[in-house]
Design a protein around this ligand. Structure first.
Ligand code: BES
Ligand code: MN
Ligand code: ZN
Length: 502
């Protein structure tokens, strides 16, 4: 990954290929040069703002202008990125504006060796925002390209930080750990499903477990059958590549709280016998994004040494219509003992998650958060940029929403209306895996709730919208896998460690 350094040098004096400066929208007239760029502006004879205005810059978010640097600036190129509105007198910059601007600049600097980021970053929180935005924006997935082109920006040097100051150092370490793990999740999502099988995914967790001192247990298809995991087996049995349930645990000797994260890990969702039509299956390698987020968040907790126990449960299966596949009409006996009539084999996520939720509940964690690309209905409801949050506890749902917002992850609270519960009653089994279509995302949430242990606080994140970006890149969000929910999960783990959540 792109390297991160902190620098006390003046922006103009730093040896780099490019220096990144911020511009805001002024109340009237053209763009205004943001703090951090003073020495660069001085080298322009104080005319950086008016030069940018002549070039058409306004300071709007997402805007990027490149210009040759004048004498007195060590870098050859100045990259000016928009930060949006100028903050009120005395107010700081919105961290998300800093992250997006840094990400936009880092993307535009692909191929460069080193860039100095002279954005307004006076305190450790600002430095963390700039660093994480730059490291996430620099991400590129080129593993499958024989000619991978320019390659990402080599080094991000954040100007304005005090590298020897403990709080700045800690901010940089946090940014590095979290960005590495978001990028790990992105890599997993982007890896084609012929390579990222349930078995290969489990092996990747085992390898990381060794590296970071995590406890990893893998249940293979024999163990799943023997253990009575009818949901996971029922979904995986139509595939030539069998399912896995992975438990990956980070623990801290002084922890007094425990969290369980449960991830949907469908390595490819063809729909099964209820086959998806063309137009709906091209991006379905992304259906393991929840498991990727959970895995990455557990590793991040370990890297950060958080004082909390975090256990990840990855429900891995490939949903295929092979000869052994579950049929619409089959009844599965779930790990919990409940029977489920499968009416639509494309509603597979809730089946694998149900078993993992029951299993996670057995360890009686203080809270469970599951993450899943669960329903197209959630995408229709909220658009493709935000995830829906459902929970069995209003305060916990609010806390998750607040944590996500602070991390720059767009989300919205959604209800679990009791009236929809009876719509997945089954004439044959205890329940069916499908209810009414209107509110389909909420129906799925209600289904999952049936498998959460009595008295355990639980939230469900439906990331079907934001997990995979089919549009162009923007800010620090690339095309393809986004690493959605990783930062929110890490924030929840950190808050729990600090005694602020549970
Ligand atoms: N993996 C899909 C949901 C999905 C849709 C993820 C779009 C990402 C983007 C899920 O398994 C699915 O197929 N859900 C069905 C459920 C329905 C059959 C009750 C859906 O949403 O149509
Ligand atoms: Mn499906
Ligand atoms: Zn699915």
């Amino acid at each position: 990954m792109t390297a991160l350094t902190l620098s006390t040098s003046a922006a103009a004096a730093l040896r780099a290929d490019a220096v990144v400066v911020g511009v805001t929208k002024a109340a009237k007239g053209g763009p205004r040069v943001a703090p951090g760029a003073e020495t660069v502006d001085a080298a322009f004879g104080g005319k950086l703002g008016s030069t940018l205005e002549t070039l058409g810059a306004t300071g709007a978010e997402g805007e990027l202008t490149k210009l040759p640097a004048p004498d007195g600036v060590k870098a050859a190129v100045v990259v000016a990125v928009g930060l949006g509105d100028t903050p009120e007198e005395g107010a700081g910059f919105d961290p998300e504006a800093l992250r997006k601007a840094a990400g936009t600049a880092a993307r535009a600097l692909a191929g460069a060796k080193k860039a100095a980021f002279a954005l307004p970053a006076g305190d450790p929180a600002d430095v963390e925002a700039v660093a994480i935005g730059a490291l996430l924006g620099a991400y590129a997935f080129t593993a499958y390209q024989t000619d991978s082109g320019k390659g990402p920006l080599g080094e991000v040097a954040v100007v304005g930080a005090k590298p020897r100051d403990k709080s700045f150092k800690a901010a940089a370490e946090r940014a590095t750990a979290v960005a590495e793990e978001v990028n790990r999740a992105r890599d997993l999502v982007n890896t084609p499903p012929n390579d990222l099988t349930p078995k290969a995914f489990a092996a990747a967790v085992q390898a990381a477990g060794k590296e970071y001192g995590l406890t990893v247990e893998v249940l293979d298809e024999k163990a799943l059958l023997k253990g009575g995991y009818g949901g996971i087996m029922g979904v995986g049995q139509g595939s030539a590549t069998p399912p896995r349930l992975v438990r990956v645990a980070y623990s801290h000797a002084k922890a007094t709280r425990s969290l369980a994260f449960v991830g949907k890990g469908i390595t490819y969702d063809s729909g099964g016998i209820s086959l998806k039509p063309p137009g709906h299956n091209e991006t379905m390698k992304c259906d393991m994004s929840g498991a990727a987020a959970v895995f990455a968040a557990v590793v991040a907790a370990a890297k950060l040494g958080l004082e909390v126990n975090v256990t990840g449960w990855l429900a891995l299966a490939e949903n295929m219509p092979g000869g052994g596949a579950t049929r619409p009409g089959d009844v599965l006996k779930m790990y919990s003992g409940k029977t489920v009539e499968v009416l639509n084999t494309d509603a597979e996520g809730r089946l694998v998650l149900a078993d993992a939720l029951t299993r996670a509940s057995e360890e009686a964690p203080d809270a469970i958060v599951d993450v899943a690309t669960l329903t197209g209905a959630m995408v229709l409801a909220l658009g493709d940029g935000r995830f829906g949050i459902m929970a069995n506890d209003d305060d916990f749902r609010t806390a998750v929403h607040t944590a996500a917002l602070a991390e720059g992850e767009d989300s919205w609270p959604m209800p679990l209306p009791q009236q929809l519960r009876k719509t997945f009653d089954s004439p044959t089994a205890d329940i069916a895996n499908m209810g009414v279509r209107p509110g389909g995302g909420l129906v799925a949430g209600l289904f999952l709730r049936e498998f959460v242990g009595e008295g355990i606080t639980w939230a469900h994140l439906d990331i079907a919208g934001p997990a995979f970006n089919e549009g162009g890149p923007s800010g620090y969000t690339p095309k393809g896998g986004t690493g959605s929910a990783v930062r929110t999960l890490v924030a929840l783990a950190r808050q729990t460690a600090e005694g602020d959540l549970l």
